[in-house]
Design a protein around this ligand. Structure first.
Ligand code: ATP
Ligand code: MG
Length: 255
């Protein structure tokens, strides 16, 4: 059984509009899955539903994490069980510095893993790890003491999402268009940051519009997502095919 399994997942907005219309997907550790699809097809909605965003209602189907049904679980529970979502549009959190945000997140995951007992990462160890990861991902150290995403450039926000991933060490990472808005150098750094983490302890679901990032993070599977459904699946060659042919042939099928 794969670490993350979606079974016939249907997701609706608060007004009842169905956006995700029956998705089956299994993502295991040591695997990279890419989801590619046109604007408005429901990719971010799927990502939010996986992460447990309360505004997106799962109306049918199941989400299993490590065999456990987390369909009804809150976002915190899912994060504690090793699920991580890098947002397409990261929100600013004025009043909370990057450092404090990360320390709180790490310590709450550690607490959950220690069966509810406080088990904070020693401050010095945390700092060393934070600075090492920031240097590796070429995130300016100045950002550590700034409020999360507050006034960050588009590229800084995306790098800080990957910094969070590197610090939190999830088992499944969902990256929603982390490549959008990155310059070429940043794209390579971010892609190699993801690639290094994909291992027997982590798998990744990479939502993207562009083949480019997939040159750096070779996907094992590519899923074409149109009209709230996966309409075709294949290997890395499918991403290249899409770049040439677009989505038109499937849009007719999905309508
Ligand atoms: N909170 C919301 N309120 C209203 N409509 C929403 C909401 N969330 C999503 N939608 C709608 O659901 C549809 C799918 O949106 P979603 O963001 O999931 O698409 P996407 O595939 O991620 O697109 P993109 O490639 O542009 O990021 C869109 O029509 C969008 O307007
Ligand atoms: Mg989106």
């Amino acid at each position: 059984m794969a670490l993350l399994e979606l079974k016939n997942l249907h997701v609706a907005l608060e007004d009842g509009t169905e956006i995700v219309r029956g998705v089956d997907l299994a993502v295991d550790t040591n695997e990279v899955h890419a989801i590619m699809g046109p604007n408005g097809s429901g990719k971010s909605t799927l990502a939010y539903a996986i992460a447990g965003h309360p505004a997106y209602e799962i109306t049918e189907g199941q989400i299993l994490l490590d065999g456990e049904d987390v369909t009804e679980a809150g976002a915190d529970d899912r994060a504690q069980q090793g699920l991580f979502l890098a947002f397409q549009y990261p929100h600013a959190v004025p009043g909370v510095t990057v450092t404090n945000f990360l320390r709180t997140a790490i310590n709450s995951i550690r607490k959950a893993r220690a069966g509810g007992v406080e088990d904070p990462l020693p401050v010095k160890e945390f700092r060393n790890e934070l600075y090492a990861q920031m240097d590796r991902l070429k995130v300016s150290r100045e950002l550590a003491s700034r409020y999360l995403n507050d006034g960050f450039s588009g590229g800084e926000k995306k790098r800080v999402e990957i910094l969070q991933m590197a610090m939190l060490k999830p088992r499944i990472a969902v990256l929603d268009e982390t490549d959008s808005g990155l310059d070429i150098d940043a794209l390579k750094i971010v892609a190699s940051g993801v690639k290094e983490l994909v291992s027997p302890s982590m798998g990744a679901l990479v939502i993207t519009h562009y083949q480019r990032i997939l040159n750096y993070i070779q996907p094992d599977f590519v899923h074409v997502f149109v009209g709230g459904r996966i309409v075709k699946e294949g290997g890395p060659e499918l991403a290249l095919e899409l770049e040439a042919s677009g989505y038109e042939q499937w849009e007719k099928v999905a309508a």
